[in-house]
Design a protein around this ligand. Structure first.
Ligand code: MLT
Length: 322
């Protein structure tokens, strides 16, 4: 048997016996982010990475692996060693991918161990500053009247920006040209440059530009207005009460990661969610850490299944999963 095989067998034995798990972590932990640097998923990850690193007593390396709406990174982590040294930050895309991809190389509930939920981020419908519509109602009318000339940015099929666009276009009965990016970080760059017309993106990426008047903002996808953006109407106020979406985020380890390792990671996550800087910065960006009882492996697993069931139905009814 080649060494590599025996090496892997030895590692699996050590992990199974818990010998390695008891000392975990003895080296840096990588958190894979499934979208380009500078976007909302990257922002959330880098904010919790510092206090998680302090809690674990080891460096955390944030690695951006963009592509295919986040499914490339999820596949990579699903196939990583189940030793706790490679984990994944992912969002609502973990629950929409099964309905959007026929050939998904992983199963969200079988290929991972859930570590805990992190935060649920509101979305904002925004446009380049000189886009003609000034209100959400005018946006609906303009997009409806010009479906072949407006461009919508998203981060690929399965991304939150894709899902939000799907809900919006299904609500108004119009399909427009979609421009895919490796993340809404680079999409924002093009929006600010006027290369693309509008986008639905998370407040963790849009709050600064909205407050700075660098983009037009039409609505936020929450039931109530946000304290961080009090002048921004909700989609309900704008006439589309059913057009609501919150981008939930969670941490995952490869299936087979020892329970003690998952518990250590979940404890470090919960410490990070109570960190003053995380709480303050999340609030400034329109979001908040989840309650700690949601940052457990069990609560995350339940929520993931509920979301897979929910979005599977929504996507099927929007006819997007065909
Ligand atoms: C990002 O981090 O780029 C976004 O989460 C992409 C998306 O899901 O729209």
């Amino acid at each position: 048997m080649p060494f590599r095989k025996t090496g892997a067998t030895l590692l699996a034995t050590l992990l199974a016996t818990g010998a390695l798990a008891q000392d975990y972590p003895t080296g840096p932990v990588t958190i894979v982010v499934p979208f380009a640097a500078g976007g909302p998923t990257d922002t959330v990850t880098r904010l919790i990475a510092e206090p998680m690193s302090a809690a674990l007593g080891q460096q955390i390396v944030v690695q951006n692996v963009a592509g295919a709406g986040g499914t490339l990174a999820a596949t990579q982590v699903a196939n990583a060693q189940p030793d706790g040294y490679t984990i994944l930050m992912h969002h609502i895309g973990m629950s929409t991918a099964p309905a959007l991809y026929d050939d998904l190389a992983y199963d969200p509930t079988e290929s991972f161990e859930t570590i805990g939920l992190v935060t649920i981020v509101p979305m904002t419908m925004i446009a380049r500053r000189d886009f003609e519509p000034d209100t959400f109602e005018e946006l609906v009318d303009y997009v409806t009247a010009n479906p072949d000339s407006v461009t919508y940015a998203n981060a690929g099929i399965g991304a939150a920006s894709h899902l939000c666009g799907l809900l919006f276009m299904d609500a108004i009965g119009v399909d427009v040209l979609t421009v895919p990016y490796q993340g809404t970080g680079p999409a924002m760059t093009d929006l600010l440059g006027g290369q693309v017309d509008f986008m639905c993106d998370q407040t963790t990426n849009t709050t600064g530009q909205i407050k700075g008047g660098e983009v037009k903002a039409y609505a936020v996808t929450t039931p109530e207005r946000l304290e961080s953006l009090p002048d921004l109407p909700t989609t309900a106020e704008a006439g589309l009460p059913d057009f609501q979406v919150g981008v939930w985020h969670g941490l995952y380890a490869p299936a087979g990661t020892p329970e003690e390792v998952v518990a250590t990671l979940s404890a470090a996550l919960q410490t990070a969610l109570e960190d003053e800087n995380v709480v303050t910065r999340f609030a400034e960006l329109g979001t908040a850490p989840v309650p700690l009882d949601q940052a457990t492996p069990e609560a995350h697993a339940r929520y993931l299944q509920e979301q897979i069931d929910l979005w599977g139905e929504v996507i099927a009814s929007a006819g997007a999963g065909d």
